[in-house]
Structures are given as structure tokens and as C-alpha cells.
Design a protein around this ligand. Sequence first.
Ligand code: KIV
Length: 273
Amino acid sequence: MQHRSVRVPDLKARKQRGEKIVMLTAYDATMARLLDRAGVDGLLVGDTVGMVVLGYENTLRVTLDDILHHTRAVSRGATRALVVADMPFLTYQVTPAEAVRHAGRLLQDGGAAAVKLEGGRPVIDAVKRLVDVGIPVMGHLGLQPQSVHQVGGFLRQATCRDEADALVADAHALEAAGAFALVLEAVPHHVARTVTAEIGIPTIGIGAGPDCDGQILVSHDMLGLFDGFVPPFVHQYAHLADTIVAATQAYADDVREGRYPKAAPEATATRGT
Ligand code: KIV
């Protein structure tokens, strides 16, 4: 495992060397520290924080202050992984100037190294402006959860020829605008394969098949921590929700039965002393 910090240009170098890029979402310092220790290349402070941490039904209510708060925490926890902050709904779509001001806060106050935003040609002016002022941008095509109402749900995208062609054109536009990487969410594998072959920047897939240059999952899904809907493409590498419930029941039983705490010896230290 490599210990040097991962930087934005490293991702393109990995694509060129044919090395897969590993990303996960993170929302707090403890999880960031653990995922970083496990050697992930990038941590996305995704606006999925709204669903898996804050209890919203979609990502639309997540604010810049929410992402800023969680980005600060993740930046404190991560020492090696590239920290990318998601730009929430309406923080980059209105004007490129607003996009710069908001993204700037995520780097300056949040400690992120880059931002991610959803969309292709409709947001290309914002992407260009951000890149011009030195803010690295990760694009996001395919299923764009901030458009959930327009598309009618969290549905697979680019399933017909016209939509696939439009997605490929958007990917080229993002690369030309200076994006350094591109998330492809919930698109057919052959579409992700085409984009990955045609563009020079790395594609990071989620529900987009094995041919992307890297993969990202929502860490709460991958770890079996989120007990709501889990997309079918997710592989759960652990079942932490079950572990937490079982541990909590054991603790509750011990307290109720008088088995915890033990009568002696008396513990004196508390956290932080
Ligand atoms: O917000 C998020 O977590 C994301 C990932 C699912 C790619 O955009």
C-alpha cells in the first residue's frame, strides 16, 4: 500500500497506468480515518449525507453549510485520501460566479482538494470558471440524484441510444472544460465502457459496471450500515447495522440485569482526560 497523499493529477496518471481508483463516501472524521487507514484513494463528502446521515428522503435539502460541516470533519480524519466535496443543489446551477464562491468555501474552510457537481453541458460554464480559478472539478453523469423529480425517481439512465449519445457528448464536454474525473452513476455497462475508452480523464463508476477506471460506493451501503433502500448493484462487505443492534441489545441487557458496570475496581479516566 502506498502512503503518500493522493493528489488530483494522480488519478489521471492511474488511468494511464491502468490502475483502478478506489473511492468511498465519508461524512465524519472517525469513518474518514478508518477508510483512509484501509487505503482508499478518494473520499467523497457526498450529498448522500442527506439520506444516510440526516434522514432526508433525497439529497435536495442538503445545504452548503451541511456539506461544509461534514467536509471539515472528513478533512480532519483523512491524512492520505483525496477529499472531494459535493456541491449541493442550487449552489452551482445559478451562475458561475456563485459556483466559484461556494466551491471556494469548500476548499478554503472545508479543507477539500476538489469539488464534484452533477450535470454535463448545462453546467459547463460553471465547470470552466471553477477550473480557470484553480478549483479541481469532478463531473457526475448518468443518474443525477439532484434531478430526481425531473426523471421521476432514482432510475437507471442512458438506456436508449439518444440518451447514451447525449451522455457521451456530455462526458467529452466535461473533459474539454477541464474536469479531472467523472462519476458515472447507474448507466448500462456498455455506455460506461464507451465513455471510459473515449475520454482521457478517469471514470469512477457506481452501478456502471466493471470497465470504469475506478469505483465509488456510499460507505454506509458498502458496510451494511444503512437500513433503508440499498441499490441492487451494491455489494455489502459487512453488516454493521446488525452488529450495532446486537451490541446495543447486549449492553441494554447487561445494564438491566446489573452485569454492567462491575462493582469494582472504580474507573477514573474519562474520554479526553
Ligand atoms: O452524493 C454521493 O454520495 C454521490 C455518490 C453516490 C457518487 O454522488
